[in-house]
Design a protein around this ligand. Structure first.
Ligand SMILES: [Zn+2]
Length: 261
C-alpha cells in the first residue's frame, strides 16, 4: 500500500514536472516580427521607462526629455517656449471634476487629477475644483493680445504668458481652486484648506507647485499657490524628497525671470 502511494506520488511529481517542462515559458513565446522593411530602424529593445516607475537609488535626471513638447518632463518657461510654438498634445481629454472653466488635460494628468481630488475629499470631506487647465496656442494669442491692448507689452508680460510660453499649453498644468470658491487665483489660496493640502500632498499624485514662493527670479512668475503641473510621480517625489523646488534648478537650467527679447 505504501509502495503504491510512493509510486503514485512519484508519478504525480513526474507528471507535474512534465507539465512544468512542457508549459511554454512566457518569455519564450515567439513575438511576431514587425512587417516593417528591414531598412527601417527597429524600436529600441529596452523597455520604455515610465515616470511612475519605482524610484531608483540614484535618480536618473535624463530619463525623459525636457525639450520634447510631448514629454511629461517638458520644461516651459520664459526662455524655453514650446517647440513648435503652437504644439497641441494628441491625448487631450475632458477632465471629469467640478470646475469653473471646463478643464481639458492630457489623459495621464487628467486621471491623476481625478484621483487626487477624490483623495482630498475622502480625507477631509471638503472639495476642490478646476479653475483653468489646458489653453491652446490660439486661445493664448487672444488672451495675451487682450492684455497688450490694455496694458502694453511690458504690462501684459507681467500678467499673462506669451503664446507658446504658457505651461497651460502643455496640457499638464491646472489652476486649482476651492469649493466654495474663495481666493481663486489669489495668493491667499495658500492659506485655504485646499491650498495647504495640495502643497503637502500633490507630489503623491505626480504634481508639483510650479511657481513657489520666493522663486520669481528663477521661474519668472510670482508665487502661484493654485498652479499645479503634472510631471509624474517619480519626479514629483524626487523633488519633494530633495527639496529642490523648481524644474529650472532640478535640471540645471538657466533662471528665466524675463523673456530673451
Ligand atoms: Zn496657471
Amino acid at each position: 500500500m505504501i509502495a503504491v502511494l510512493i509510486i503514485g506520488a512519484v508519478f504525480a511529481a513526474v507528471l507535474a514536472g512534465s507539465i512544468f517542462v512542457f508549459a511554454p515559458h512566457p518569455q519564450e513565446v515567439p513575438v511576431a516580427e514587425s512587417p516593417s522593411p528591414s531598412n527601417t530602424p527597429s524600436p529600441s529593445t529596452s523597455p520604455t521607462p515610465r515616470p511612475d516607475a519605482p524610484l531608483k537609488l540614484t535618480f536618473d535626471r535624463r530619463q525623459f526629455s525636457i525639450d520634447d513638447p510631448a514629454s511629461l518632463w517638458v520644461v516651459v518657461d520664459k526662455l524655453r517656449p514650446l517647440n513648435p510654438a503652437n504644439y497641441a498634445a494628441p491625448d487631450l481629454i475632458q477632465t471629469p471634476v467640478p470646475f469653473v472653466n471646463s478643464p481639458v488635460l492630457r489623459k495621464e494628468a487628467a486621471d491623476q487629477i481625478v484621483a487626487m481630488f477624490a483623495a482630498y475629499t475622502a480625507e477631509t470631506g471638503n472639495k476642490m475644483q478646476a479653475q483653468s487647465a489646458y489653453r491652446s496656442y490660439d486661445v493664448q494669442v487672444n488672451v495675451y493680445n487682450g492684455w497688450v491692448a490694455q496694458l502694453g507689452q511690458a504690462g501684459a508680460d507681467l500678467t499673462s504668458a506669451r503664446p507658446g510660453y504658457s505651461e497651460h499649453q502643455t496640457g499638464l498644468a491646472m489652476d486649482i481652486s476651492a469649493v466654495p470658491n474663495t481666493c481663486a487665483l489669489d495668493q491667499c489660496f495658500a492659506d485655504t484648506d485646499q491650498g495647504k493640502w495640495l502643497a503637502a500632498n500633490a507630489y503623491k499624485w505626480g504634481f508639483i507647485l510650479r511657481y513657489p514662493n520666493g522663486m520669481t527670479d528663477i521661474t519668472g512668475y510670482e508665487f502661484e499657490p493654485w498652479h499645479y503641473r503634472y510631471v509624474g510621480i517619480s519626479l514629483a517625489t524626487e523633488m519633494h524628497t530633495t527639496g529642490i523646488q523648481t524644474l529650472e534648478q532640478f535640471f540645471d537650467l538657466p533662471a528665466a525671470p524675463h523673456y530673451a527679447n
